[in-house]
Design a protein around this ligand. Structure first.
Ligand SMILES: Nc1ncnc2c1ncn2[C@@H]1O[C@H](COP(=O)(O)OP(=O)(O)O)[C@@H](O)[C@H]1O
Ligand SMILES: [Mg+2]
Length: 323
């Protein structure tokens, strides 16, 4: 994982287990993630990979089963229930995919924004002014008194973002906020996130199943099976490459473990053993050939690789491990 100075969010070996009857579901399986103050980060991953669970943990809606989660210097596992409730109310804002989860249908846009302020004990003309200011900020100055049903999907999400910002959180979490929007409207919502990120210095984490989210955020991390699997980095445009380029890098955990994507495993018929070889400054991972002819499982047989000269090779190329 990338080492980040002065991190705002630290997830260290996060585990979240849901028990459904006798069945245990491992939603997060040792997830490591660090986010800097003021970053705009996208999280992608297949359905069921643990994205929402991570957002719920970061937002103080769920407590992890193991591991550490620190947000803005606060260890969320050590907060009492009442402190966690206060954290949820005042330090994080949420935007969900479904408009109905974000907004109360019978309240106007202004009233929806004032509701979380009222719950946090902020009322009166100051709260009213702030609600108006927030609607102005999301370019809805002409929609103060509209009810959600009188707003388009994109407008509803912009009100939802204003609601999320009502109590001046330092962190905004959005779980598939554009999931029900067309691409033009999604672009507008992403632009708004970018503006809030830049103008307010707000740290924003957006979950999306849209791989193109890389164009809208500073960094994209991908979750696979409850673990951070890869990170897409942006290579700035150069003279020879006029457009920014995106490159997906595989993430290693603290002890060097990495995940081989399921599609690659299927494509190459990789089961639970691979061969590794260092060549030309790189590392090759190959399916094991003739697995049946190698020794029984668990026993390590170290064979010299006859094709290579030992002097000029590293650990893995000099000795071919067959298990
Ligand atoms: N409250 C819950 N109870 C039981 N299982 C859950 C619960 N929430 C999530 N899960 C399971 O945890 C896994 C990850 O879910 P989730 O975080 O919602 O994934 P994503 O948001 O990436 O689609 C899934 O297998 C899901 O079924
Ligand atoms: Mg989800």
């Amino acid at each position: 994982m990338m080492q980040i100075e002065d991190p705002f969010i630290i997830c260290d070996s996060l585990v979240k287990i849901f028990k459904v009857g006798d069945v245990e579901v491992l939603a997060l399986q040792g997830l490591d993630l660090t986010i800097r103050q003021g970053e705009l980060v996208g999280i992608v991953g297949a359905s069921g990979s643990g994205k929402s669970t991570l957002m719920n943990v970061l937002g103080g809606l769920a407590r992890p089963s193991a591991g550490q989660v620190v947000v803005d210097g606060q260890n969320l596992l050590k907060l009492s229930n009442s402190a966690l409730t206060a954290y949820r109310q005042t330090q994080v804002g949420f935007v969900w995919q479904q408009g109905s989860r974000n907004l109360i249908p019978y309240l106007s846009a202004l009233e929806n924004i004032k509701l979380p302020m009222t719950l946090a004990g902020r009322t009166g003309s100051k709260a009213n002014k702030r609600a108006q200011m927030l609607l102005d900020m999301v370019n809805l100055s002409d929609r103060y008194n509209h009810k959600p049903i009188e707003l388009s999907g994109g407008e509803q999400q912009r009100v939802a973002i204003a609601v999320g910002l009502a109590n001046e959180p330092r962190l905004l979490l959005a779980d598939e906020p554009t999931g029900e929007l067309d691409s033009t409207t999604s672009d507008q919502v992403y632009k708004l996130f970018q503006r809030l990120n830049q103008e307010l210095g707000l740290t924003i984490v957006i979950v999306s199943h849209d791989p193109l989210i890389a164009q809208h955020v500073g960094r994209v991390v991908a979750i696979r099976d409850g673990k951070l699997a890869s990170e897409t980095v942006r290579r700035k445009a150069t003279n020879s490459e006029p457009e920014d380029q995106f490159e997906e890098l595989i993430v290693l955990d603290a002890v060097g473990r990495l995940q081989i994507p399921k599609v690659y495993r299927a494509q190459l018929n990789i089961q639970n053993r691979v061969e590794m070889e260092v060549i030309d400054g790189g590392l090759i991972i190959r399916p094991v050939k003739n697995l049946n002819e190698t020794s029984s499982q668990g026993e390590i047989q170290i064979k010299r690789n006859p094709k290579k000269q030992p002097e000029r090779q590293g650990l893995f190329s000099r000795w071919r491990r067959k298990q």
